[in-house]
Unconditional design. Structure first.
Lengths: 373, 339
């Protein structure tokens, strides 16, 4: 009986052949030349951003892209790999942000405060995610979506009401540890013509943490555990019949995803030196995440990189384009309203619906089907 | 002979027993809150206001739970029909602003009914389009339904912004519906009395339609076993669509009531109240109209009592109610047998 359960032959071959890159990517490369090139381009731009695009605004955009790559990748673990829709992802994002913000504000700007805040936030997120999962996933996956929506909105209200702890609607501003402040100069000489300061160090901290957690997530989805998640996504009943405890697997997946989102929230707060309901907790961020995952490609972590990059760039630059279009169409009824810069979500929403119908794999899925392997 | 046959059928088909336990929950809860609130007239005021609030939530939630029960479709875009119904009042209030400020009960109520008719008509048409364009291609896959209806919600909300503008719009409550009836120390807002009346009327109409008519029989049969209904020669698809349209129209009705209650219009108002709606249909049991009714009243009463006793916990109290109900009955108060 055991012999029929052996893994397919190809499995061992890949294991023997893999080099350091394959090891880093957990033997799950992008599998498409165009995709690899685009991804390499994005990663190279992000890594070299402080030197390629000097100035505080481009660096802010790059940092936001990094944080959202992590946030979207962690959401994809839930949506794309496990097949359940959560609306509480921003809650965990917010917990991470508030963890850092409250700790740094209360205990002063030191690395110990960062550690305390992060650990406390991670513990709270894990506890909440496990509680929500066990309460709602044991009946039907669809309860999970509705319950997470309710819990997330309660969390947002709670955060704005407990103003003595969270700063209410105003949020919390705080000081960073000395090494991350703009005044800090680690090098006496400018590097490639750019003066390296604490702000750039903070950026590289974000890039490094994002890279490590992203590769960790890639490892998780390609582990036996990740395979079980995909089996549950494809056929819940069958996975259960094979003896896998569906509720337990889904709950663990939602805890892992919540932890990664918490880390992303912490990074966001560290970069902004501020955390408030609008930057991490609002429902519109949840919708942004959904758009990024689906447009980038569900069930492929690389989709997170593409989706987050495209979306954040569109957020920053599409509105300028639409403003020009709106002015050009002035005088015609309703049309200028439809291309008004504030209506950019309308078009992304239509793109979203079309991608769910026509390209369930998003951009990445589309590129992978490319005839050239 | 006929007696024996009747006996045989009744033995084969035992009468469905009414589940009294969840029904008893509402009066028990209300009585338990009495000593906590302390003051009798405050308690009566809170309870009546809670009932009215519950009716409004029921109006908005009933369509969603029916659509889910019959079609196994979860519509996260339901909130947009609430918003749309609310904005539809502007179509009526524009030319007929005089009716709202007139000091005549007849004119005011006629205006309200006209608003409801227009809103229900508009949401029914948009519901039919929504079903055809957004929902039809994703029958059978919950994940895609959630995603696509969320997409529909984004697009529709943005469309409302494009048509009516992005800033909140104040709307006046008709003259004679303002203020409150005062009996002794008990205060009852007039508008809430109207809301209770309309809510009870809709609930009674739905119960009659579902339990006493042929189409209701088909809908209930469709909830239990759609394949069998189809095999017997009924076009279940057509039934599905009409229920979806009716559900959207009910959301529009709820939207009008909710709009006059809040007296401000925002495109996101439907999505804001959807949180309560989801809690209600989970508490009631997905697909159960009766459960939705009991759940609405339960949630609204708890929110009112907690809001009076500890205002900061009001929204969290709903989550707590939901958690307790799910621990007690994981499928909700009135589980629907199928699936």
């Amino acid at each position: 009986m055991r012999s029929t359960l052996l893994p397919p032959a190809g499995h061992d071959e890949t294991r023997q052949r893999r080099g350091p890159v394959a090891w880093l990517l957990s033997s799950d490369p992008p599998r498409s030349w165009i995709l690899s090139l685009v991804l390499l381009g994005i990663v190279a731009c992000l890594v070299a951003a402080p030197f390629l695009f000097p100035g505080s605004q481009p660096l802010g955009t790059a940092a936001k892209i990094c944080v959202f790559i992590l946030l979207v990748a962690s959401y994809d673990l839930l949506l794309g790999y496990t097949g359940i829709v959560s609306f509480a992802h921003t809650m965990f994002f917010g917990i991470g942000g508030y963890g850092i913000a409250i700790a740094l504000e209360r205990f002063g700007p030191s690395w110990e405060s960062v550690a305390i805040g992060m650990v406390a936030a991670l513990a709270l997120s894990a506890l909440l995610a496990a509680a929500i999962g066990l309460l709602s996933l044991r009946v039907r996956a669809i309860f999970f979506s509705m319950i997470t929506l309710a819990v997330a909105s309660a969390a947002a209200v709670l955060a704005s009401q407990m103003s003595s702890v969270t700063g209410g609607e105003d949020g919390l501003s705080f000081q960073l540890p000395a090494e991350l402040r703009p005044a800090f100069r680690p090098l006496a000489e400018p590097l490639f013509g750019i003066t390296v300061n604490g702000r750039i160090l903070a950026y590289y901290l974000i890039v490094a943490v994002t890279a490590v957690v992203f590769l960790l997530l890639l490892r998780i989805v390609n582990s036996p555990f990740g395979r079980v998640l995909q089996a549950i996504r494809e056929n819940e009943f069958r996975a259960e019949a094979l003896g896998y405890r569906v509720v337990a697997y889904r709950t663990v997946a939602s805890v892992i995803s919540a932890l990664a989102a918490t880390i992303a929230g912490g990074l966001m707060a560290l970069w902004l030196r501020y955390n408030g309901p609008d930057t991490t907790l609002s429902f519109s961020i949840m919708i942004d995440i959904l758009l990024m995952v689906v447009i980038g490609g569900m069930g492929t972590l690389y989709g997170a990189i593409l989706g987050a990059t495209l979306f954040v760039l569109a957020q920053s630059y599409l509105q300028v384009l639409m403003g020009a279009a709106s002015e050009a169409l002035a005088g015609i009824p309703l049309l200028p309203e439809l291309v008004h810069p504030d209506r950019w979500l309308l078009w992304l929403g239509i793109l979203f619906i079309l991608s769910v119908y026509a390209f369930p794999g998003g951009i990445v899925g589309h590129l992978r089907k490319d005839p050239r392997p | 002979m006929s007696d024996a046959a009747a006996e045989a059928t009744s033995a084969a088909l035992p009468r469905a027993r009414t589940d009294w336990l969840p029904l008893a929950l509402v009066p028990v809860l209300a009585l338990a809150a009495l000593p906590l609130v302390g003051d009798l007239s405050a308690w009566v005021t809170l309870t009546l206001a809670g009932l009215a609030m519950g009716m409004m939530i029921f109006l908005m939630a009933s369509g969603l739970t029916l659509v889910f029960g019959l079609m196994d479709i979860i519509n996260f875009g339901h909130g947009v029909f609430i918003s749309l119904g609310a904005y539809a009042t502007l179509i009526v209030l524009g030319p007929l602003a005089g009716w709202a400020s007139a000091d005549s009960v007849t004119l005011n109520l006629a205006l309200l009914l006209l608003c409801i008719a227009v809103a229900m008509g508009l949401t029914a048409v948009v519901g039919a389009v929504f079903e055809r364009v957004i929902v039809r291609p994703v029958y059978g896959s919950h994940l895609k339904q959630i995603l696509v209806t969320m997409g529909g919600l984004i697009v529709a909300e943005q469309a409302i912004h494009a048509i009516w503008g992005a800033s909140p719009i104040p709307i006046p409550l008709p003259e004679t519906l303002r203020g409150a009836f005062v009996v002794g120390d008990v205060v009852m807002e007039r508008y809430r009395v109207v809301a209770v009346g309309i809510g009870l009327f809709v609930f009674a109409a739905m119960q009659l339609l579902l339990n006493r008519t042929r189409i209701g029989l088909l809908i209930r049969a469709g909830v239990e076993n759609p394949e069998m209904v189809e095999a017997l020669g009924y076009r279940i698809r057509r039934l599905f669509v009409s229920v979806f349209v009716a559900g959207s129209a009910l959301a529009g009705l709820g939207g009008v009531m909710w709009a006059f209650y809040r007296q401000t219009l925002t495109a996101g108002m439907g999505m804001d109240v959807m949180v309560l709606v989801f809690i209600v249909i989970i508490v009631g049991g997905l697909g159960s109209v009766g459960g939705c009714f009991v759940g609405s009243i339960l949630v609204a009463l708890v929110a009112n009592y907690v809001g009076f006793l500890a205002p900061k916990l009001a929204l969290v109290s709903n989550i707590l109610v939901m958690a307790l109900v799910l621990i007690w009955r994981p499928q909700g108060l009135f589980p629907v047998a199928r699936r």
